[in-house]
Design a protein around this ligand. Structure first.
Ligand SMILES: Nc1ncnc2c1ncn2[C@@H]1O[C@H](COP(=O)(O)OP(=O)(O)OP(=O)(O)O)[C@@H](O)[C@H]1O
Length: 601
């Protein structure tokens, strides 16, 4: 229960206009829950206001319009902005505005580039047809190849979002985009980035291991791509959110690719867009259905959801794309081709729809779709039958099943080669929804430690015991270690404990434990922290509290799709059904401000 002493009430109390305090209270509270702004009219009916702030006097719009603390979009700089029925802290309104303005700039500059780029791509017709298998597979494919649409649009656009679930080929599409780009411009400068070091590293690995045939020259170009975190790309000043790259000192690349963009909050999103100059193309990859960032905003999801139908294109772009198909190949479905697109982001967001990793008919593919679509009959069938090879649902939170899973950690502990041990550690993970309580990360980590100790595989006598798996909890740009990086404690040749990490090139790096700042044990981690990672097997432990607001379909979808071959789901029927029925709601103005890209307000 909220008390008058809580931090949001204190914040509201700093403002002299007493009648505005209930709104400021709500704004502060909602910001801490990940919302970028509030719709005061909708919220004032709710019972979220503590006494004595629960009395709102007068007409809200008039109150905000008359206040010296509140400005409008074009008004003087004040602590808050009231814009199109939403109330923002000035800073967050600014971030949203930067995002919209930068997208507008990208769209303006690409119109000029289109004829030249179109011509350049037409010169690469053979390569494009070969990459998308048009010659050999013509006619055998049942549906239009959305990867081809994504790649061609990304190459002619300045700003593109490629979204899709796990295994839909986002990385493969990037490999094809790069192959075409290097054919057009062998000297192209490309940056690969992601919000976490782990995600950036994983993208670079997947690019190196792509199944597409590359020439030696392109292989060499791929080999030179160095994955970096967004903080490193933008050149963070220490651990602050100030960056050396911004509109006045833009990034000097031809193309910037950002993976796992669903994890980027509104602040970093705005700073990224601000730092990408008008001559640089930007491609954002992510799964719009995944959990959003821990901090405020769900920008990637919001930008994707501005369109009710995905993959709509104008007939001009459809003609351009379809010239690369051979006759027998399926073309873009007719209902998606229009004369003019009302949404400015049409042709800039492409959804890849076919998973090449999971079947839609069974296993992780079927269950994750059923969760995100709240498909209750399919979920009921999973709960009733429990006969899927890739999914085990344990409704009784069985200790034996838990221990059998934890036993999987023995492989990395007994692996003498530290690089291999790091890989084996990352074969499996326990994913928790919460931190506190018996089913939270802290208790579950202790439970696994205790079990492995009982088996005499671990001796956790001190903080940095041999083989402790740890996750770094903050960015250390100076050490090139970032929040979310995972390492193992092992003694070095001199017998001193060190924490070992793998860098982007696969080389081992060791640090004295005291030098890397706060870490936590990572046998189990939160679903939030697991974003950007995939594991062969996961145990998803959902707390037996169906009413918990954090238990949403996005959370369970994100957890399940971290698993590549098997998911053990510990939850009751009620918990799973309640989570599937609940969706993350994050207020932002992006969806209803998207028309500002075309009609400057
Ligand atoms: N068009 C395709 N034809 C055949 N196989 C494909 C195709 N596209 C992707 N794949 C295969 O599907 C698997 C997943 O592809 P990829 O890693 O590109 O997907 P992703 O969307 O990036 O996945 P993740 O969400 O896990 O990062 C890979 O083994 C890849 O080789």
């Amino acid at each position: 229960m909220q008390t008058i002493n809580d931090v949001h009430a204190q914040f509201a109390g700093f403002f002299p206009e007493v009648e505005l305090r209930p709104l400021i209270y709500l704004l502060s509270k909602k910001l801490s829950e990940g919302h970028v702004c509030i719709d005061p009219m909708a919220l004032l009916d709710s019972s979220e206001l503590p006494e004595p702030l629960d009395q709102v006097v007068g007409d809200v719009a008039q109150l905000l319009g008359d206040s010296q603390l509140v400005s409008t979009a074009c008004g003087p700089k004040r602590p808050m902005v009231w814009h199109r029925e939403r109330l923002y802290l000035q800073r967050y309104f600014h971030y949203e505005t930067v995002i919209l303005e930068r997208i507008k700039d990208f769209l303006d500059s690409e119109r000029e580039r289109f004829p030249a780029m179109k011509q350049a791509l037409e010169m690469q017709r053979e390569l494009i047809r070969r990459l998308f298998g048009a010659d050999e597979n013509a006619g055998s494919r049942p549906d239009f190849d959305w990867q081809m649409m994504a790649a061609l649009l990304a190459l002619v656009n300045q700003f593109t979002i490629i979204t899709g679930g796990p295994g839909t080929g986002k990385t493969t599409t990037v490999a094809k985009i790069l192959t075409i780009l290097f054919a057009v411009n062998p000297a192209a400068k490309v940056a690969l980035a992601a919000p976490t070091g782990k995600a950036a590293f994983r993208m670079a690995e997947s690019l190196k291991n792509t199944h597409i045939e590359l020439t030696e020259a392109v292989k060499e170009q791929f080999g030179r791509l160095e994955p970096v975190t967004l903080h490193r790309l933008l050149k963070a000043h220490g651990t602050s959110s100030k960056f050396r790259h911004h509109a006045g000192n833009p990034l000097r690349y031809d193309l910037v690719i950002v993976d796992e963009a669903s994890m980027v909050d509104v602040t970093l999103f705005a700073k990224l867009l601000d730092a990408v100059g008008s001559n640089t193309q930007l491609i954002l990859l992510g799964d719009k259905n995944q959990l959003a960032s821990v901090e405020a905003g769900s920008v990637l999801g919001d930008l994707c959801h501005t369109q009710s139908t995905m993959n709509v294109v104008t007939s001009e772009k459809a003609r351009f794309i379809q010239q690369f198909l051979v006759e027998a190949e399926p073309s873009i479905p007719h209902h998606l081709v229009v004369e003019a697109c009302p949404n400015p982001l049409a042709e800039h967001v492409v959804e890849l729809q076919k998973s090449h990793r999971f079947s839609d008919e069974k296993g992780i593919g079927l269950l994750s779709k059923a969760i995100i679509n709240n498909d209750q009959p399919v979920l009921q069938a999973f709960l009733l039958e429990n006969i899927d090879d890739a999914i085990t649902i344990d409704k009784g939170y069985d200790a034996e099943k838990f221990h059998a899973f934890a036993e999987g950690y023995r492989a990395y502990i007994q692996e003498p080669d530290t690089a291999l041990a790091l890989k084996k550690l990352n074969d499996l993970r326990v994913l928790c929804a919460i931190r506190e309580g018996d089913q939270g990360v802290y208790a579950v980590n202790r439970r696994i430690e205790g079990y492995l100790q009982e088996k005499k595989w671990l001796q956790p006598q001190n903080e940095f015991y041999e083989n402790r798996p740890v996750m770094v909890l903050q960015n250390n740009p100076g050490l090139r270690l970032f929040n979310g990086d995972i390492g193992i404690v092992r003694k070095d040749a001199e017998g001193s404990p060190k924490v070992w990490f793998e860098d982007a090139s696969g080389a081992l790096r060791a640090f004295i434990p005291g030098h890397i700042g706060a870490v936590e044990t990572v046998f189990a981690t939160t679903v939030h922290k697991s974003q950007g990672s995939e594991f062969d097997r996961v145990l998803v432990l959902l707390p037996n509290q169906p009413q918990l607001p954090i238990m949403t379909r996005e959370l369970v979808y994100t957890a399940i799709t971290r698993g590549k071959s098997h998911v053990l789901l510990q939850c009751t029927d009620e918990v799973l059904m309640a989570a599937a029925a609940r969706s993350v709601e994050r207020a932002s103005g992006l969806m209803h401000r998207i028309d500002e890209i075309t009609n400057k307000q």
